[in-house]
Design a protein around this ligand. Structure first.
Ligand code: ADP
Ligand code: ASP
Ligand code: MG
Length: 492
């Protein structure tokens, strides 16, 4: 069972988590994976950046704030004096380690990827201790375990990939004996270590992946991701009021939704269970009586059709093309070699073959370095050309329609007709050969309209009766928030 940041966000929430674990532990052995308390990883990364900039005061202020927040959680959860003393000692050691890492960074004025990972990992190390202590306080046997002991990864700091065999061996030797003794291990999500023992992280939001890595390594009967919504939904409930919980979905469809921006699952989550076929559940910590979403190798027998919609706005469109590149050899091959050389993952690609026109979408975090590298690659070819042939646009978003067996059906034409009706300008589109997704690029300001209109067109929602959000200059624009199971609107 994995509990996300909001689920362990403060003392009362951890108490709910303890109830869920107690109930489940009556039925079977279980391993718990926890995220950092919500917002903590962001603050730690901010501290690391402030340290790199030499802002000692800002670093101290962040650590002070984090200390207060964690101690408040401990005070509300732990009554036993010896336990209180022990947990506070453990937290103090972790905070001291973090401060030492930041001091080193201030001294060097350099934030290495290794130090970045070590600082970012502190939140999980703190929350695992707090949850383990809260379980012990409620009378259960539990032990906090750092995933550096369990999840063995490559050395790609910031987005490490697990190595299955050594991870399995570590889980067997470290976790199995705990389970046999009736002890509930509380493992830090997000973290791993190389074979040499250097701490790595799996990428932002990576605790979901930690859960499936451990589930696969231990041949679990199931993996449950406990979060702050009812399951995997037909669209991001913050953007589409009336988004409904999907009852059952295939690995493939869920992976597509996650890959194209459904934040509820880390994009790599399904990778770890693809071979072993362990069912995955997504459920609501705050409404544990609700069934949630079941993710299985084949999904529901009901089969084909649109299951959900996603959008990614933190992306940039790079266009390589125009008359200047006509006749230039191997534009596609060179473009990809260049994106690979700067480690930019291409999220979407569309090419028109008449001219050498290529549209590619990359995460905005790598946009600048990708465009620089491409301009360098084609400098000679474009030396005598006027105008710009390699163009960056950061005002776009990818919207993706996900479902099973969509090829050959009328879904693409319905998508285009719907967007046309809503005056949403389609910049480019791509359909995966997997038949599982149709993605298209639109302006960021059109995302909500596009999602909402398609949600209605494919009748995905439970209660799709709210008015369309309004677009346009000088017109009020509604934003929907989803908090604690309640939808509320705010206008700006
Ligand atoms: P956790 O802290 O539990 O890992 P996250 O914040 O990472 O939770 O992910 C849960 C959030 O993902 C939800 O609160 C919701 O706003 C967002 N989300 C985006 N797309 C979807 C979707 N299709 N289904 C469910 N939630 C989604
Ligand atoms: N705490 C980490 C993050 O914020 C991992 C996670 O929450 O899954 O990215
Ligand atoms: Mg998450």
């Amino acid at each position: 069972m994995k509990f996300g940041g909001t689920s362990v966000g403060d003392g009362p929430r951890v108490r709910k988590v303890v109830e869920i674990i107690r109930e489940a532990a009556r039925e079977s052995e279980l391993v718990v994976v926890v995220s950092a308390m919500s917002g903590v990883t962001n603050r730690l990364i901010e501290a690391a950046k402030q340290a790199e900039a030499g802002n000692r005061g800002a670093v101290e202020a962040i650590f002070e704030e984090l200390r207060d927040r964690h101690h408040a959680a401990v005070s509300s959860l732990i009554r036993s004096i010896p336990m209180w003393g022990r947990i506070n000692r453990e937290l103090r050691q972790i905070f001291e380690e973090g401060e030492r890492l930041c001091q080193g960074t201030i001294f060097l004025r350099e934030l290495t990827p290794r130090a970045h990972d070590s600082i970012a990992s502190l939140g999980e190390r703190l929350s695992a201790r707090i949850v383990a202590a809260a379980l012990a306080e409620s009378g259960m046997k539990s032990e906090a375990v750092d995933a550096t002991e369990l999840v063995i990864t490559d050395s790609c700091h910031g987005s490490a990939d697990p190595l299955a065999d050594p991870t399995r061996q570590r889980c067997e030797s470290r976790l199995r004996p705990l389970l046999q003794q009736g002890i509930v291990p509380v493992v830090t999500g997000f973290i791993g270590a190389t074979t040499e023992g250097r701490l790595t992280t799996l990428g932002r939001g990576g605790s979901d992946y930690s859960a499936t890595i451990l589930g696969a390594a231990l041949d679990a009967d199931e993996v449950i991701i406990w979060t702050d919504v009812d399951g995997l939904m037909t669209a991001d409930p913050r953007l589409v009021p009336g988004a409904a919980t999907i009852t059952e979905i295939s690995y493939r469809e869920a992976a597509e939704l996650a890959h194209f921006g459904a934040k509820v699952l880390h994009p790599k989550t399904l990778r770890a269970v693809t071979q072993c076929g362990v069912p995955l559940w997504i459920r609501n910590t705050f409404f544990p009586e609700r069934p949630g979403t079941r993710v299985t190798p084949d999904g529901s027998p009901a089969g084909a059709g649109v299951k959900g919609l996603t959008a990614m706005s933190d992306v940039a469109l790079i266009t390589v093309g125009g008359s200047g590149l006509v006749g230039v050899p191997d534009v596609l091959g060179r473009t990809f070699a260049t994106t690979a050389s700067v480690r930019a993952s291409v999220l979407l690609l569309s090419q028109s073959s008449s001219q050498n026109d290529i549209c590619l979408v990359v995460p905005s975090s790598v946009a600048e370095r990708t465009i620089e590298a491409l301009r360098t690659e084609f400098t000679r070819d474009l030396a005598h050309e006027k105008g710009e042939h390699i163009i960056l646009d950061k005002t776009v978003a990818i919207v993706t329609v996900v479902g099973k067996d969509m090829r050959g059906s009328e879904i693409a034409s319905r998508v285009f007709a719907t967007l046309g009706r809503e005056n949403v300008n389609l910049i480019a589109t791509a359909q995966g050969s997997s038949e599982c997704n149709i993605s298209f690029i639109v302006k960021q300001q059109d995302v909500q309209t596009a999602l909402y209109a398609m949600h209605q067109e494919f009748q995905l929602g439970a209660a799709d009766s709210r008015p369309l959000p309004v677009r346009g200059v000088g017109v009020a624009r509604a934003t929907w928030y989803y908090e604690s199971g309640q939808q509320t609107a705010s206008a700006d």
